[in-house]
Design a protein around this ligand. Structure first.
Ligand code: PLP
Length: 404
């Protein structure tokens, strides 16, 4: 019998945010066990609803969205995104520089596929949102990880970035605000990255999907706004800030010095044309979503859900013996450290599985984010405080007996 195996292109591809531990959780659920899931950054199931005006707009427009749109997207959507990009100070952006996608996910894949040849290197943070590493490797490139430093608010370690640059390095990826750490990079940090990119003529890919989910009165700065002489690609979308991950709409914006990338841009256009267009009903509500009242603003201030849930989870985790965590400033994730000596942990996937089986609590182990030591895990703090309390109680109970 002929057998079919997966492509060897997938040999270096990992996407554990939905990997084996999640498979086990689904098996348990299928057997009737309730699992408390803190693993996926999907706002809607936790009661974060799409703004009413967006749903209204979608209903109105649906019958006009039966055909394909232009490959990069509807004029109204791209115009609204362009204005948003200009407000954030992105230089040299015209409507032709905006590409809509079925979520940022599709565009991460597309942008890496159009760029990389075998052996080309891209600097990707560790920890990262693992789709970046996966797409670099799937495209035939090599993801080279630079570390983000927990001791310095999880900012990128500039010495490590410099040490990892070779003559095959084409680009650097930053995720700001960050998943999984919740870090937000200040201007000085961004400036150092721009300086390195300038010195080594790198493209900057900046994933800013959490750009509106910033707390403590801090400001999100788009790195592209600081690099008019470099070629930058900035990614964002409506999945997180507008709580509509299910509609599947994201975008990327080319900015700065496009002359150095004319051939690459041809490749982007080719791949964008080949997938015809992104989901048109979702494009049709971008203008409404980006303008007007931003419901997310109510969540990120004191008294707002995301803010209060962050306060709770940060305090609660740090009061568990053997756990420490840096306070997240943005997004809705926290990436705590666990004392591996105390708990005798050498394999963090096993730790996540044990926690799942014993306490019916699902988290994602740090290695799922290309973090090399088995000493971290990620919690999504989208659930209400009562639910987070239940979760931290289960974690406390588990650690009171685990391997001691
Ligand atoms: N980038 C980051 C940093 C993310 O955390 C996510 C989703 O969790 C995505 C991109 C994917 O977003 P989208 O829903 O737009 O595909």
């Amino acid at each position: 019998m002929r057998r079919f195996s997966k492509s060897s292109k997938l040999d270096n591809v990992l996407y554990d945010v939905r990997g084996p531990v999640v498979d086990e959780a689904m098996r348990m659920e299928a057997d009737g066990t309730n699992v408390l899931k803190l693993n996926i950054g999907n706002p809607a199931p936790f009661g974060f609803r799409t703004p009413d005006e967006v749903v209204y707009d979608m209903r109105q427009q649906l019958t006009d969205c039966e055909g394909y749109s232009p490959a990069k997207g509807l004029f109204s959507a791209r115009k609204a995104i362009m204005q948003y990009a200009q407000l954030k100070g992105l230089p040299n952006v015209s409507i032709e520089d905006i590409y809509t996608g079925n979520g940022v996910s599709e565009l991460i894949n597309l942008s890496m596929s159009a760029l990389l040849d075998t052996g080309d290197e891209v600097l990707v943070p560790s920890p990262d949102y693992p789709l970046w590493t996966a797409c670099v490797n799937l495209a035939g490139g090599t993801a080279v990880h630079y570390v983000c430093d927990e001791q310095s608010e999880w900012y990128p370690d500039m010495d490590d970035i410099r040490a990892k640059i070779t003559d095959r390095t084409k680009a650097i990826v930053i995720i700001n605000p960050n998943n999984p750490t919740g870090a937000l990079y200040p201007r000085e940090v961004l400036q150092q990255i721009v300086d390195i990119a300038r010195e080594h003529q790198l493209i900057i890919f900046s994933d800013e999907i959490y750009d509106r989910l910033v707390m403590d009165g801090l400001e999100h700065i788009s790195i592209a706004s600081m690099a008019p002489d470099l070629f930058c690609v900035t990614f964002s979308g409506l999945s997180k800030s507008h709580m509509i991950a299910g509609y599947r709409i994201g975008w990327m914006v080319l900015s700065g010095n496009k002359r150095v990338a004319t051939d690459y841009i041809e490749g982007l256009n080719m791949l964008s044309n080949m997938r015809l267009c992104s989901n048109v009903p979702a494009q049709s509500i971008v203008q409404t979503a980006l303008g007007g009242h931003q419901s997310v603003n109510d969540y990120i201030v004191p008294g707002g859900r995301i803010y209060e849930q962050r306060e709770y989870i940060y305090e609660a985790l740090n009061s568990i013996p053997g756990i420490t965590a840096v306070k997240p400033k943005a997004a809705f994730y926290i990436f705590p450290k666990i004392d591996v000596k105390k708990f005798n942990i050498s394999n963090d996937e096993q730790f996540a599985l044990d926690l799942l089986r014993d306490e019916k609590l699902l988290i994602v182990q740090g290695s799922g984010f290309n973090w090399r030591q088995p000493d971290h895990f990620r919690i999504v703090y989208l659930p209400r405080v009562e639910v987070l309390k239940d979760a931290t109680n289960r974690l406390t109970d588990f650690l009171s007996y685990y391997r001691q």
